[in-house]
Design a protein around this ligand. Structure first.
Ligand code: GUN
Ligand code: FE
Length: 443
């Protein structure tokens, strides 16, 4: 276990105790980390804390607990075509594949089928927190919030806003509808009082929105102190389009800044083509970036230089960006982030390649920081919620063969590079076991 208590291995004599979090809304038990220390102190602890022996979990040698994975950018509404349709650049891809599919979420039965599958899949893949784009449909977006809550996933959910430039006639709202429906979405979702699900203000991206809409959404976010998510500087053609559409703005970043959409609760996806000045503006406003390397490669959008982002001290997490990214797994995002960094090193040997430890951090604490949830999640610290994966590196029938007993760092590296959901034997969100699914788990 390192200084940040990010990993807890079966090989280490360490004991973690969970306790009830203060005031829990509703009946759901939320558990936070109450103590981390030497296992030898367990006897003393059993006198201090009342705990039930049947609830003690003992890890095997090749098992460990790690903080839950954070997906800072995923389109739940694009899950049905994940793994297909990656033969076009961004703007053409949106018009050809994305908008026609998203327009189907008017149908709540279809929405229910897709959203249930994506929440279950991401949970099995170890995503304890997901920051979701839904579609423009308020009721289907509320349903996504309900499904995340029912399965116990921590989630930010955004009803998408767009009032211009759409190839699909009926997949668009007027400016007034956008504003009214966003307010209805926020108030109805907040009224549900789901303990782990929050609304996020979601302009799709500048080319889909009039300046008037961006301004209204900036005001709604500010007045309600809400998270904001969108896309920025993903593809060169898109950057050029924004320049033409918003000629008065100095840069793409300045468009969002002008409408108060860059705050310390903002997460912007991609950012492949941001200038140093734009990254400085991210730093100044506290806005963060979601690095979506699978999507950046799959749509030939660009290669984000993570080292440059970190040098500008901009908060950064990883995103799958399903379905621009074909995988709904943050393990995949970690691998693609490493590969993208190695491509930059191939192009410029002076480039300082990311390490697997750095990418692991981006996938956990980095993601929590990017979503401003690091007061509650991201690593194992006393007082934070217990969002965790129990990993068995040598899971029977799994993809990893251990020839000898390996040290903890090797076990982690093997899991990050070779592991999959067969190795993720349990998933906890706020101390509640959400994987494996039980009979009580909704269909
Ligand atoms: N930019 C605007 N909308 C989208 C989207 O749905 N996916 C991706 N990757 N980029 C976008
Ligand atoms: Fe996206």
């Amino acid at each position: 276990v390192n200084a940040d208590a990010e990993l807890i291995f079966g090989q280490v004599e360490l004991c973690v105790l969970l306790g009830l979090r203060g005031q829990n809304p509703g009946a759901l038990l939320l558990l936070e980390i109450a103590f981390i220390g030497k296992g030898k102190e367990q006897d003393r602890l059993s006198q201090t804390f009342e705990f039930n022996l049947s609830e003690i979990t003992q890890l095997a040698q090749h098992e460990f607990f790690m903080p839950g994975l954070v997906d800072t950018h995923i389109h739940a509404s694009q899950y049905s075509y994940a793994g297909t349709a990656l033969d076009m650049p961004l703007l053409q891809w949106l018009n050809t594949y994305t908008f026609p599919v998203e327009s189907r979420f008017k149908d709540l039965e279809f929405a229910n089928r897709v959203y249930t599958k994506v929440v279950k899949r991401t949970l099995r893949n170890g995503t304890t927190t997901a920051c979701y784009f839904a579609t423009i449909h308020t009721d289907a977006s509320l349903l996504l919030g309900q499904i995340a809550n029912d399965f116990g996933q921590r989630a930010l959910v955004g009803k998408v806003c767009m009032d211009r430039n759409n190839s699909v006639k009926h997949y668009k709202e007027t400016n007034q509808e956008c504003q009214e429906e966003t307010c209805r979405f926020i108030s109805e979702l907040l009224n549900k009082k789901y303990p782990l699900v929050k609304p996020v203000v979601t302009p799709r991206f500048a080319p889909s929105c009039t300046g008037a809409l961006l301004e209204q959404l900036g005001a709604i976010a500010k007045n309600n102190n809400l998270h904001i998510q969108s896309h920025i500087s993903e593809n060169v053609e898109e950057v050029k389009l924004v320049k033409e559409m918003f000629p008065e703005s100095e840069s793409y970043t300045h468009v969002y800044h002008k409408y108060n959409l860059l705050t310390d609760k903002t997460v912007m996806a991609h950012g492949c083509h941001l200038s140093d000045e734009e990254l400085d503006l991210f730093r100044q406003t506290g806005a963060s970036l979601s690095h979506c390397p699978n999507s950046n490669i799959s749509l030939c959008s660009g290669v984000l230089n993570v080292r440059k982002v970190l040098k500008h001290k901009v908060r950064l997490g990883l995103g799958t960006d399903v379905a621009g990214g074909y995988s709904a797994s943050i393990l995949d995002a970690m691998r693609r982030a490493l590969e993208s960094s190695k491509v930059l090193t191939i192009q410029d040997p002076e480039h300082d390649t990311l390490t697997f430890e750095e990418v692991f951090r981006l996938a956990t604490l980095g993601g929590s920081q990017a979503l401003s949830l690091d007061d509650q999640t991201g690593n194992f610290e006393v007082g934070k919620d217990f969002d965790a994966l129990r990993v068995n590196v040598a899971a029977p029938g799994g993809p990893i063969d251990l020839i000898q007993s390996e040290e903890p760092k090797i076990l982690l590296e093997k899991f990050l590079n070779l592991g999959d959901d067969r190795n993720i034997v349990q998933v906890f969100v706020a101390g509640r076991k959400v994987v494996p699914f039980t009979d009580a788990t909704p269909e």
